[in-house]
Design a protein around this ligand. Structure first.
Ligand SMILES: Nc1ncnc2c1ncn2[C@@H]1O[C@H](COP(=O)(O)OP(=O)(O)OP(=O)(O)O)[C@@H](O)[C@H]1O
Ligand SMILES: [Zn+2]
Length: 467
């Protein structure tokens, strides 16, 4: 089936034609591994996981190469390691830095696995490609696109005439709008760092410009070149990276004489009250927070895929509830069914610039049809393991059943029902809030029943005060 993708570079939806008709190559900017991933960070993971699945379906599983890097050169990783060292942790600073990256990568894998995201074919760490970065920087200097000054190497932005094409801005507009750093060693404030010196106590590598470390942008250009070659098909990431990160990647790679990426894809942001969820704004919660609250990974995935990747979205409690209900319905509809092949309508929706919302609409139709085998295969195609979800839910409900028979919970539940019958809402609310405080969320069902949901912080002793 023809796949169409929106290309940021041309600002249009284009028919996707891989450079090598039989093999697709894709690079996605991965995380800086200094902290747990927040829910926003999961969005590109799920979007490009969906694309990866679609491409594998279309071209064959062995004919798609997906690379997503780990940025493990970063001051925030160093800061944590330093703080640990000062607090008495054993090991050298270098070992503590490595340990911090390792642990963050492990969390990342655990969290993204829980969302049903497939691991990319290659997950290069920047620290393993320093040699390739140095070689590329030397080449850029030799070609007149970069210069060394005071232990730094800078890229000459004005030496690349197409700078700004991806984001559609002129260099002068960018200077006016961006937080460009003015520094004495820069020929032009717009020039960005390819290499910078490291102090003795920080990680550094020997280079022709002294002991130092790479800038962030050169990492992706060098790793993409090493693992995907001179040119490749798709480059992805969040749209917060379009400028300056991707603009800089293009400038570096093109000036080094590489073909680089054909199609540029950017996911919109996960927002909180109209603002990007981000670590710097502090308006975030992690994927792990949600999982620990008992929100299944399948539900998180479903909610994220319900909005098209080029639209901003929020995480809301209502969306979570609806997703949980839908998946519950699909569990019933597909119980014991052997999956067949994904439905053509679902594949067609995804082939139209990853219209995941359209695919889900089609799944709702299928769930009402007789073809439950195709429904199940299509749910799996979206990366949702409905059997795993069903199993987790049944384990959870048996825990909840058990909980209800604990004497204090039971007694309070009876009192809550009574208070509601008697319209003693003050007492009912008091009990409900007390349950919530003890880590037992309750919802009132339309038929008058009460559903309990146990949170990770459940502590029945807190209920004593309610008696
Ligand atoms: N709110 C968001 N919604 C969608 N994607 C996001 C969001 N925040 C970051 N991303 C994406 O997550 C990926 C990893 O980015 P990176 O590691 O640079 O994030 P970060 O620096 O930890 O996050 P932040 O932007 O919160 O400081 C990138 O592709 C980035 O575009
Ligand atoms: Zn990148």
């Amino acid at each position: 089936m023809t796949i169409k993708l929106y290309n940021t570079k041309t600002r249009s939806k284009e028919v996707f034609t891989p450079i090598d008709p039989n093999n697709v190559r894709m690079y996605v900017c991965g995380p800086t591994v200094y902290e747990r991933a927040h829910l926003g960070n999961a969005r590109p993971v799920l979007v490009f996981d969906m694309l990866y699945r679609l491409l594998r379906h279309e071209y064959g599983a062995d004919h798609v190469k997906y690379v997503r890097n780990f940025t493990d050169v970063d001051d925030r990783i160093n800061a944590t390691a330093l703080a640990r060292k000062e607090a008495g942790a054993s090991g050298t600073l270098e070992e503590l830095i490595k340990a911090r990256s390792d642990e963050t990568i492990e969390w990342y894998h655990d969290d993204m696995d829980a969302l049903g995201a497939m691991r990319p074919d290659e997950e290069p760490r920047a620290t393993a490609y320093i040699g390739a970065m140095i070689a590329m920087i030397e080449d850029l200097i030799a070609k007149g696109h970069a210069y060394a000054a005071e232990g730094h190497v800078l890229f000459k932005v004005r030496s690349y005439k197409d700078y700004g094409k991806l984001s559609g801005r002129s260099v002068d507009d960018m200077i006016a709008g961006a937080r460009v750093e003015v520094a004495p060693y820069k020929e032009d404030p717009m020039d960005f760092v390819l290499w910078k010196p490291s102090s003795d106590d920080l990680p550094g590598w020997e280079s022709p410009w002294g002991r130092g470390r790479p800038g962030w942008h050169i990492e992706c250009s060098a790793m993409a070149y090493e693992l995907l070659g001179d040119s490749f098909d798709i480059h992805g990431g969040g749209n917060d990276l379009t400028f300056p990160h991707h603009e800089n990647e293009i400038a570096q790679s093109k000036c080094a004489g590489h073909g680089f990426a054909n199609v540029w894809m950017h996911n919109e942001m996960l927002q909180v009250e109209g603002k990007k969820m981000s670590k710097s704004l502090g308006n975030f919660f992690t994927v792990r927070d949600l999982l620990d609250q008992g929100v299944p990974g399948e539900v998180i995935r479903f909610v994220m895929l319900s909005t098209h990747y080029r639209k901003p979205m929020d995480w809301t409690e209502k969306k979570r509830e609806e997703a949980e209900k839908t998946l519950g319905d699909w569990v019933k509809a597909t119980d014991g069914v052997v999956p067949s092949l994904p439905d053509k309508g679902v594949v067609a929706a995804l082939s139209d610039d990853l219209n995941t919302a359209g695919a889900i609409t089609r799944l709702h139709e299928l769930s009402k049809s007789e073809d439950k085998a195709s429904l199940k295969a299509s749910i799996h195609f979206l990366g949702i393991d409905i059997d795993k979800f069903a199993k987790e839910q049944s384990i959870l409900s048996s825990i909840e059943e058990g909980l209800k028979t604990a004497p204090i919970v039971e007694a309070l539940e009876i009192e809550l029902r009574k208070a509601r019958l008697e319209k003693n809402f003050a007492r009912a609310d008091e009990i409900r809030d007390g349950f919530k405080n003890a880590g037992l969320a309750i919802t009132y069902d339309s038929d008058g029943g009460i559903t309990f949901k146990r949170e990770a912080n459940f502590d029945p002793t807190k209920l004593e005060a309610l008696k």
